[in-house]
Design a protein around this ligand. Structure first.
Ligand code: COI
Length: 354
C-alpha cells in the first residue's frame, strides 16, 4: 500500500469534458481537466499540487530546453465492464521512471508522489477514461530539469508532472517496417534503456526518412553491423518463429524494458510458447522466413499495445505477412484487452484499482 501524501487539490471551475466526445479519439491530442505538478528544490520535493490543466511559464534559460535532462513514462487507465477505473501495472512504470532518472543524473521521484499522485489525479478525472474499443486514458508522468542556467551540469531544480490524455489507438493499421542500416537508436553504454526524451527526438529523422519511402516505422539495428535487431519505432519487437517467440535481449542495455513486453512474455509462455530473449539478427529472420517458419512479427508498447507488422524490408528483400490469418498476436492483444476491461481474470494482479 502507498501512504497517502499531502497533495493540495485545486479543482477546475468548469469541466472541458462537456466539449469532447470520448469516441474515435486520436492519440495524445486531448487532455483532461487536471494535472499534477511538483517541484524539486534544495534536495526535496515540494509544492505538490493537482490543479486545472494549464500552460507553464518557463524561462528561456531553462536547462531542460538546452541540454535535454528530461524523462517520461507512458501508462494507461481503463474502465472495466462495471465502470470501475483501473491502471495497468503502474508500479512497473514507477520503477522504470527512477531507473531513467538515475541514468540522466536526475533525482528519484518518491513512490508516494508518483503513485499516490497518479491515483488521486486519475481518480479526480475518472470520467475522462474512454471505454470504446482500443481506447484508454494515457497517463504521462514526466520530469525535466528546471534550473535557469545554461552551464552544462546536472540541474539542481526539477519539475515532476503528470498529465492525462484520453486516447484512441496509436497505430490503427498493420505496419510496414523499414530495417534501418544508417542511423542508430542506441549503443551499449548509452541511454537506450532509459525513457529519455532525447531518444525520441533523435529517432525522428530516420523515421521521417522511412516515411518518405512509404514505411510506417523503422526497425532499429545494432550500431556496429546493422544486423542485430533492437526495437521497432517506439516499441519492443517480437517474432514468432516456429513454436518460439523471440524478442531482443535487454542485456546490451540498448532496449527499453517495456512493461507491455514483460506482459507479452508472460502471456506467450501461458499460450505454450518458448520465449527467448536473445540477440537476433536480420539474417536469422530472413533464414526463418525462407524456411517458411517465420509466422508473425509485432511491436509491443504502452501506447501501441500490440501492433502487427505486415511487411519488413531489409535492403531489397521484402518479408510479407498475411496478418488476417495470424493466430498469436491477435490472441495476445485480445487477452490483454480482456484483462484490462475485466473480461478475463487478472491473475497476476496487473490492474491497480483507482
Ligand atoms: C509509449 O508506448 O508509452 C511510448 O512511450 C511511445 C510514444 C507515445 C512515445
Amino acid at each position: 500500500m502507498v501512504a497517502a501524501m499531502d497533495i493540495s487539490i485545486r479543482k477546475a471551475e468548469r469541466s472541458k469534458l462537456q466539449d469532447l466526445n470520448l469516441e474515435n479519439l486520436p492519440f495524445g491530442k486531448f487532455f483532461s481537466d487536471h494535472m499534477l505538478e511538483a517541484d524539486y528544490e534544495n534536495g526535496e520535493w515540494k509544492n505538490i499540487e493537482i490543479k486545472p490543466y494549464q500552460p507553464l511559464l518557463l524561462s528561456p534559460s531553462l536547462a531542460a530546453l538546452h541540454y535535454g535532462q528530461a524523462i517520461f513514462e507512458g501508462i494507461k487507465a481503463y474502465k472495466d465492464k462495471n465502470g470501475e477505473a483501473f491502471i495497468f501495472r503502474p508500479y512497473d512504470n514507477f520503477k522504470r521512471f527512477n531507473i531513467s532518472a538515475e541514468r540522466m543524473a536526475m533525482p528519484a521521484v518518491p513512490e508516494e508522489l508518483f503513485m499516490d499522485g497518479m491515483l488521486q489525479l486519475v481518480g479526480l478525472d475518472r470520467n475522462w477514461i474512454p471505454t470504446q474499443q482500443d481506447h484508454s486514458m494515457y497517463i504521462r508522468p514526466f520530469m525535466f530539469s528546471s534550473d535557469e542556467m545554461i552551464g552544462v551540469r546536472p540541474s539542481e531544480n526539477y519539475k515532476f508532472m503528470i498529465i492525462l490524455s484520453p486516447s484512441g489507438p496509436y497505430y490503427s493499421a498493420p505496419m510496414r517496417i523499414y530495417v534501418e542500416e544508417k542511423y542508430v537508436r542506441a549503443v551499449t553504454g548509452g541511454v537506450g534503456y532509459a525513457k529519455a526524451a532525447g531518444n525520441y527526438g533523435a529517432a525522428m529523422y530516420a523515421t521521417a526518412e522511412a516515411k518518405k519511402k512509404g514505411y510506417d516505422q523503422v526497425l532499429w539495428t545494432d550500431p556496429f553491423e546493422h544486423k542485430y535487431v533492437q526495437e521497432c519505432g517506439t516499441m519492443n519487437v517480437f517474432f514468432i518463429i516456429g513454436n518460439t517467440a523471440i524478442t531482443p535481449s535487454l542485456e546490451p542495455g540498448t532496449i527499453l524494458p517495456g512493461v507491455t513486453r514483460l506482459s507479452a512474455i508472460t502471456l506467450l509462455q501461458e499460450m505454450g510458447f518458448t520465449v527467448e530473449e536473445k540477440n537476433i539478427s536480420i539474417d536469422d529472420l530472413i533464414d526463418a522466413y525462407k524456411a517458411g517458419i517465420f509466422y508473425e512479427a509485432f511491436g509491443t508498447g504502452t501506447a501501441a499495445t500490440i501492433s502487427f507488422i505486415k511487411e519488413l524490408r531489409y535492403k531489397d528483400f521484402v518479408m510479407q505477412f498475411d496478418v488476417d490469418h495470424w493466430r498469436t498476436a491477435p490472441a495476445l492483444k485480445q487477452w490483454l484487452t480482456d484483462i484490462r476491461t475485466g473480461h478475463k481474470e487478472d491473475k497476476y494482479n496487473w490492474m491497480q484499482k483507482v
